[in-house]
Structure formats: C-alpha cells, structure tokens
Design a protein around this ligand. Structure first.
Ligand code: CP
Ligand code: NVA
Length: 308
C-alpha cells in the first residue's frame, strides 16, 4: 500500500512539491478574487472528503482557515478539541490515529509535543498535517513565503531577519531558507537559540543562515523582519524570559536598520509592547493581516496536495 502524503515539516517535502503547493494556493486565491467570502470554489477537488482537526492547544487562524478552506474545496471538517476525545482518559494517540483513519480522509493535529505528532503519523493510514507543534509550524511558513513573494517578489535572494525566541516558527523559517532560497539571519538570546539540527540541515542543503545575539546585525539591510510571541503555548512564562527577550523587540529604532522599504511579518497572535510595538504591527510595513489571510489560501494548496 502506498504511503499517505503527510505534510509534517518543510525539511521533509521535496522543494518542487512545496513550490507546487504555493502555485496552487496563488492560483486559487486569484480565482476567488472578487467573490464573496464563504462561496465554494467552482471546482471541488475535495468533494466527499472529510478532514478531522484535533486541537490539543487553542487556535484561531489554523482552525478557521482549514475549516473554511476545506469547505471551499467541497469537503467537510470535524473539529475535535482534546476534551472531546478519550485522550485525557488515557487512550493513546496511536489508537486515536488508527481509529480516526477508519472514518476520515485526513487528520490535522495541533499539539505541544512533536512526539505526539510522530505517534499519530506512525499509526494513521491517512495523510496527517502538522498544524503546529513545539518543534515547528510548517503550514505557517507556506503562508509566510506566499505573503513575502506577493509583496517583494521571489523569495530567492531576499534577506529575512528573525528577532526573538528561536522557537517552532523559527525552525520552519530555517527549513524554508533551504527550500525557498532566502538568506536567514536569526537574532536570539543565547539560551533561546534555534534548533541546531534545523540549522545544520538547512546549511547542508545550501541555505545561508546566520545565528547571532546582535539584533541590529541581523536586521541590517534586511528585506523582511519577523518576530513571534516571547512565550509560546508550550513555554513556561517567567520574568527572566521577558527580560532576556526585551532587547529583541521589533520597534521603530530596530526597523530603521533594515532596508527603507522593508516589511514586517508576524504569524499572530501578537503581543503589542512585547515582541513588537503597536506602531510597527499596525503600521504600513506590517504584512501580518495578509499573512493571516494567506493561511486560508496556503491550506488549500496543502489540502489538495495531501488529498489530490
Ligand atoms: N498563526 C497561527 O497559527 O495562529 P493560531 O494559533 O490562531 O492558529
Ligand atoms: N510560537 C507560537 C506560534 C503561535 C501560532 C506558539 O507556539 O505559541
């Protein structure tokens, strides 16, 4: 039996397939331009298909964009929050995956433990989509590259600076540097440096990656500056963490080091006054709202690739 097409991480998918997903997302976005929200697409490649979405942790964008995307493609969804399932009463993710695979055509999982995703994948017989773990957020990266390219042209050759925690979203940006060709400079406090494994993989696959503690150095001449929450869903909040990350805030002074027309990106949810000032995220350089919209279009590229 052939293996299902899982969408698990940007480093595990062929570069041409990733580009195909983005092309599909862009084409579907263009085809819908001018239509009212909620209308179903003309062609319905996922008619009769059902996606189960399992949320061990909360979500606004991932939940709604997958749900709407699936419906626009003619399919349906079942949303399962962790307390809707038997997981809290000791049923394993392995058994949950075995059983869900008998009912639905694909499973999306958001969880704080990447091991839980791996356990699901090992036992599911339908495609599994990583809707964020403590280790990565590949669906977000697809929407982010789509947004960057809409505003600044091909990702290849651009300079992207990451400011803050070397977290799950940073890991997907690192993987993306090898797949999409942008130079990536990550400025993170030493205890919050990004995954060495991801950096090694990306460099071995041709990516230009710098990891530094100097945020001004990272941002100097950048085309795009990216930040994310200082405290991710899987992290313990602490005053130490905030103090460590405070110098990495994206504000007007920091953006002055980037190119004059540099853009700012953030996957949301944002914390104004922490990782970014209101002036930047709500200002003219911010692409945050286009990124959020593009989650919908990118999910449709991912869904049609997994289920096509
Ligand atoms: N960016 C993102 O994944 O948002 P949600 O947590 O709301 O899904
Ligand atoms: N790094 C954040 C991203 C949220 C979409 C988190 O994991 O909470």
């Amino acid at each position: 039996m052939s293996q299902p097409r899982h969408f698990l991480d940007i480093d595990q998918i062929d570069g041409a397939a990733l580009r195909g997903i983005l092309d599909e997302a862009k084409a579907r976005k263009a085809a819908r331009a001018g239509q009212a929200k909620g209308l179903t697409d003309q062609d319905l490649p996922l008619a009769g298909k059902i996606l189960a979405m399992v949320f061990i942790q909360p979500s606004t964008r991932t939940r709604v964009s997958f749900d709407v995307g699936m419906r626009q493609l003619g399919g349906e969804t079942i949303v399962l929050n962790s307390d809707d399932l038997q997981l809290d009463r000791g049923e394993t993710m392995a058994d949950t995956g075995r059983v869900l695979s008998r009912y639905v055509d694909a499973i999306m999982l958001r969880t704080k433990s990447h091991e839980m995703l791996s356990e699901l994948v090992a036992h599911a017989t339908v495609p599994v989509i990583n809707g964020l773990t403590d280790a990565s957020h590949p669906c977000q990266l697809m929407a982010d590259v789509m947004t960057l390219e809409e505003h600044r042209g091909a990702a290849d050759g651009q300079v992207v600076a990451w400011a803050g925690d070397g977290n799950n979203v940073a890991t997907s940006w690192i993987h993306g540097a090898a797949q999409f060709g942008y130079e990536l400079r990550l400025a993170c406090p030493e205890p919050l440096h990004p995954s060495e494994r991801a950096v090694r993989w990306a460099r071995n696959n041709g990516a230009a990656i710098t990891v530094t503690e100097s945020v001004e150095e990272a941002v100097a001449g950048a085309d795009c500056v990216v930040s994310d929450a200082w405290v991710s869903m899987h992290d313990e909040d602490s005053a130490d963490r905030h103090n460590m990350l405070a110098p990495y805030q994206v504000n007007e002074q920091l953006m002055a080091h980037a190119k004059n027309d540099a853009v700012f990106m953030h996957c949301l949810p944002a914390h104004r006054g922490e990782e970014v000032t209101a002036g930047i995220i709500d200002g003219p350089r911010s692409l945050a709202w286009d990124e959020a919209e593009n989650r919908l279009h990118a999910q449709k590229g991912i869904l049609t690739w997994c289920l096509g």
